[in-house]
Ligand binder design. Structure first.
Ligand SMILES: *Cc1c(COP(=O)(O)O)cnc(C)c1O
Length: 406
């Protein structure tokens, strides 16, 4: 099961070159496309003659040549038949879920997920009579018990936000498929590190905003899955991406596509610093969570499920004891040490630090935060790779000594 090699798959994917021999692809910015013969218009509209069937492009909410290039690269990287890009991670998540679930359906979801997704499942979807039971996704018994005859999806993040628990994708896929339902996985925290499809997942969703784009200069998302599922999402009559309309701009697609070739280099460096920083903090007796540390509850699982050579990413969770201490540490790290910036998000080349309970997970009420192991003093550190590692370790050491009295 560890056999997936995303870099080899990317190498095999047909590279797109630009007009006039450009080594970079051209950007197709047209909203609409010329149909050469009027007779073919009905066939194109009915989906019989799209660009994949030897026909032509129609309209850029449906297909756009530049956005299709990015979709093709992402499908290769994820080992799925196809992919579709969207305007944000949230639109990828909501369209994927709404494509599978209709009114009266049920979802079993990990309680340790991104605040926006938690809000979608907890507050918005019940208004459409789609209900969710949140469970500890690392407890197979709890997952099994929560499934009812109305359940259509098991939903989880490979690496949970912000508690960094690791989901056993093969076991969850087995359970889902035994019940005839779909496993939908958000792999935003761990591109290349884990390949959920190769581990059994049915649909993989991404916020490309984070690691995959890596420059914190745009918002984007993607859904990767079987060709039939991606076609459903684009169906002119019922496709959720087609009709809800979170279209990706071709200029955004170009930017992201140009950053995919160096994603492996970036991920390796995020991970190299992640483990070094985690080990130093552990040694200093700081309460640090990192999936690559042997005392992480799913250490063995992460090592077993991870693709060879990418490590376990650049995100650490530090329990500072209280929100005040966490804020003090952020203050020192940003304003005294210039270690990183107080900002939400992750996957940037500079380090981004946030207190999850009062920011990206604030949609989750305090009681649920406690259930998922999110304490108010939890600091999420999304390590970048600027500056040399030695300097960064020293900055963190000084800040932690000053604030946490370790
Ligand atoms: C940021 C994030 C999202 C939402 O993505 P956007 O691109 O901001 O819409 C979803 N899931 C996870 C795990 C995230 O970190």
């Amino acid at each position: 099961m560890k056999s997936y090699n995303p870099e080899q798959a990317l190498l095999k994917a047909r590279r797109e070159f630009g007009e006039h021999g450009g080594v970079a692809p051209s950007i197709s910015r047209s909203a609409t496309f010329t149909v050469m013969h009027p007779r073919t218009m009905p066939e194109i509209f009915s989906g019989l003659k799209g660009p994949e069937q030897g026909g032509c492009f129609l309209y850029s909410r449906h297909f756009n040549p530049t956005v299709d290039v990015l979709s093709r690269y992402l499908a290769a990287m994820e080992g799925t038949e196809a992919a579709i890009c969207t305007a944000s991670g949230m639109s990828a998540i909501s369209c994927a879920i709404l494509q599978i679930c209709k009114s009266k359906d049920h979802i079993v979801a990990s309680q340790g997920i991104y605040g926006g997704t938690h809000a979608l499942l907890e507050s918005l979807l019940p208004q459409m009579d789609i209900r969710t039971t949140f469970v500890d996704i690392t407890d197979p018994g709890a997952v099994k018990e929560a499934i009812t005859d109305k359940t259509k999806i098991i939903y989880t993040e490979t690496m949970g936000n912000p508690t960094l628990s690791i989901a056993d994708i093969p076991a969850l896929a087995d359970e889902a498929h035994k019940q005839g339902i779909k496993l939908v996985v958000d792999n935003t925290f761990s591109p290349l590190i884990f390949t959920p499809k190769a581990l059994g997942a049915d649909v993989v969703v991404y916020s490309l905003t984070k690691y995959i784009n890596g420059a914190s200069d745009l918002i984007a998302g993607a859904i990767c899955g079987d060709r039939s599922f991606i076609q459903e999402l684009m169906d002119l009559h019922t496709g959720r991406v087609m009709l809800l309309g979170p279209t990706m701009d071709p200029r955004v697609a170009f930017d992201v596509a140009q950053r995919i070739p160096h994603l492996p280099i970036r991920m390796r460096e995020h991970s190299r610093r992640g483990i070094a920083m985690a080990e130093m903090l552990k040694e200093m007796k700081v309460k640090v969570t990192y999936p690559g540390l042997p005392d992480h509850p799913q250490f063995e699982l992460s090592t077993n499920l991870g693709n060879e050579g990418y490590g376990l990413g650049g995100i650490l969770a530090l329990d500072c004891g209280s929100r005040e201490k966490a804020e003090e540490l952020m203050e020192v790290l940003q304003n005294e040490e210039s270690f990183g910036m107080i900002a939400v998000s992750l996957g940037y080349f500079d380090t981004l630090i946030s207190c999850s309970g009062s920011s990206t997970s604030s949609e989750i009420d305090i009681e649920d935060q406690q259930k998922m192991g999110l304490s108010p003093g939890l600091l999420r550190i999304a390590l970048g790779y600027t500056g040399d590692l030695r300097t960064r370790l020293d900055q963190m050491k000084r800040a932690v000594k000053k604030v946490l009295s370790v």
